[in-house]
Design a protein around this ligand. Structure first.
Ligand SMILES: Cc1cc2nc3c(=O)[nH]c(=O)nc-3n(C[C@H](O)[C@H](O)[C@H](O)COP(=O)(O)OP(=O)(O)OC[C@H]3O[C@@H](n4cnc5c(N)ncnc54)[C@H](O)[C@@H]3O)c2cc1C
Length: 391
C-alpha cells in the first residue's frame, strides 16, 4: 500500500521504517525544512525500548544519550534538600533505559529508515477520502493519491484537524505550561546530575549536556493563553511568570535570549474516541498525546507505530489494522494518560503541602520499595509486541 505519513518526529519515521519492512510503500513529509534540532531530554524505556531494539538503534541511543546519576532537588539557595540515584530505579528496567534529547532520538530513528521517500518543507492542505483512496493536496501545490494517510504530526496535528475536526474537541489542557531552552557555557554545571528547584506552582530543571550545553526546563501552572509560533512573546510570558523569583532563576533568564532552541507549549493530552476515520489514521501525540507529565510519549509513539505497521503488514486490510491497533493500545494509553494527570503535583505543586510531600517522596526514592511503588509499574508495559517480519 502507498501510505503518506505526515510528520518526521518520533512516530512518523518509526512507522515508515516498519511499513517498509512489512512491504509497503511509505512517503514521509515534514513541514520543517530539515529534522528539528535540540529540544528536551526524554526518558526512554518500556515497550518503546523493545521497538528500538528490534530496529537495531539501541547502540546509537546509548552513544547519544545520558545515564543520569543523580536527580537532585535544591532549595532556592542551592542547598540539596532531596536526591536519589535514578540508576537504582532504572535497575528495575534491567538497563533498558536511557535519557536522550528528543531530536537525537528522532534522528537515530530517521537514519535507520531505508528507501523511504522523504520530503521536507511540505505539509498537507486537503484530504479527500473517497473510500478507495485518499486524494491529498499539498502546500506546495502538488496533489497525489495514497491508499492511506497517517498523521504523525504531533500534539497540534493538521491531519487530525482536517480529518476529525478542531483540536479543541480533543485537547485536555492540564493547567501546566512547559518551556525548554538550551544555552552554551552556563555555570554552575554538574555532569549527569538533574538539578531541580521546585516551588509552589513551578519547577526549574537544569541538565548539563555534552558540548558545554545546559538545558533548562520550566514547568509552571498557567491558566491564560499560550502564544504559539512567537518566540519573543513566549519568552516574555516565561519572564513574567518567573518575575520576582530568586536563586538561580534571574541568571538563567538573563541567558535566555541566547537560547539556541526554544520551546514553549501547553502540557496537554489528546483524547479521541477513535484514532482513525476511513483511510486516515493517527499515531503518536497526534492520536493520543499523554503529555510530558507521563514521561512516556516517545516510547508510546514508537509502540503505536510498530503495532499499526504490524497490523497492516499482516492483513493489508486497513479497517482490521486500525481496529486492532486501537483495541490493543487504547486501554494502555488511557491508563498512562490517567496516571499522568496525578503527576502534575510533582512538576508544579499547587500548595506548600504538596511541595513538602513531593520532596519527601523524592528523598525516599533511594529505597527500592518506594521506587517500585512510584515507578515500578510505569517501567513495565502490559503489552506483548507482535513479531517483526523476518529478514
Ligand atoms: C518538555 C517535554 C518533555 C518530554 N519528556 C518526555 C520523556 O521524558 N519521555 C518521553 O517518552 N516523552 C517525553 N515527551 C513527549 C515526547 O516528546 C512526545 O510524546 C513525542 O515526541 C511524540 O512523538 P510524535 O512523533 O508523535 O510527535 P513529535 O515528536 O512532536 O513530532 C511531530 C513532527 O511532525 C511535524 N509536523 C507538525 N505539524 C506538521 C504538519 N502540519 N505537516 C508536516 N509535519 C508536521 C513536526 O515538525 C515534528 O517533526 C516530552 C515532551 C515534552 C514537551
Amino acid at each position: 500500500m502507498r501510505v503518506l505519513i505526515v510528520g518526521a518526529g518520533i512516530a512518523g519515521p518509526t512507522l515508515a521504517f516498519w511499513l517498509r519492512r512489512f512491504g509497503h510503500e511509505p512517503t514521509l513529509i515534514e513541514k520543517a525544512p530539515q529534522l528539528r534540532a535540540g529540544g528536551y531530554l526524554v526518558d526512554f524505556w518500556g515497550s518503546g525500548f523493545e521497538v528500538a531494539e528490534r530496529m537495531g538503534i539501541v547502540p546509537q541511543l546509548f552513544d547519544r544519550g545520558y545515564l543520569v546519576r543523580e536527580v537532585r532537588e535544591v532549595s532556592e539557595h542551592g542547598r540539596r534538600v532531596a536526591h536519589f540515584d535514578p540508576r537504582r530505579v532504572i535497575g528495575n528496567a534491567e538497563g533498558r533505559y536511557v535519557s536522550i534529547v528528543r531530536s537525537d532520538l528522532a534522528s537515530a530513528i530517521y537514519e535507520s529508515m531505508e528507501s523511504v521517500e522523504t520530503i521536507f518543507g511540505e505539509t498537507v492542505t486537503a484530504l479527500g477520502d473517497d473510500g478507495e483512496r485518499v486524494h491529498v493536496e499539498f502546500a506546495s501545490g502538488a496533489a497525489r493519491d495514497f491508499d492511506l494517510v497517517v498523521g504523525a504530526d504531533g500534539l497540534h496535528s493538521e491531519v487530525r484537524r482536517l480529518a476529525f475536526g478542531p483540536e479543541a474537541a480533543f485537547e485536555r489542557y492540564l493547567g501546566i505550561t512547559v518551556a525548554v531552552f538550551d544555552v552554551a557555557g552556563y555555570r554552575p554545571r554538574e555532569e549527569l546530575v538533574a538539578v531541580s528547584n521546585t516551588r509552589v506552582g513551578m519547577q526549574m530543571l537544569r541538565l548539563s549536556l555534552r558540548d558545554d550545553t545546559t538545558m533548562f526546563v520550566f514547568t509552571f501552572r498557567h491558566d491564560g493563553a499560550v502564544p504559539s509560533d512567537d518566540v519573543p512573546a513566549q519568552q516574555e510570558l516565561l519572564r513574567r511568570r518567573l518575575h520576582g523569583l530568586g536563586g538561580e532563576i534571574p541568571a538563567i533568564l538573563e541567558r535566555m535570549p541566547e537560547a539556541r532552541t526554544f520551546y514553549l507549549d501547553r502540557a496537554s493530552q489528546i483524547r479521541m474516541p477513535s484514532w482513525s476515520r476511513g483511510r486516515v489514521g493517527l499515531v503518536g501525540d497526534a492520536a493520543a498525546c499523554p503529555s510530558l507529565l507521563a514521561g512516556q510519549g516517545s516510547a508510546l509513539a514508537m509502540v503505536e507505530s510498530y503495532i499499526l505497521a504490524a497490523g497492516l503488514g499482516r492483513s493489508d486490510d486497513h479497517r482490521a489494522a486500525f481496529a486492532a491497533y486501537e483495541r490493543q493500545l487504547g486501554p494502555l494509553v488511557e491508563a498512562k494518560q490517567d496516571a499522568a494527570i496525578g503527576l502534575g503535583a510533582a512538576f508544579a505543586p499547587r500548595n506548600r503541602l504538596q511541595l513538602i510531600l513531593r520532596n519527601t517522596v523524592m528523598g525516599l526514592m533511594s529505597l527500592r520499595p518506594v521506587a517500585n511503588l512510584v515507578m515500578g509499574r510505569s517501567l513495565r508495559d502490559p503489552i506483548t509486541l507482535p513479531p517483526a517480519p523476518i529478514g
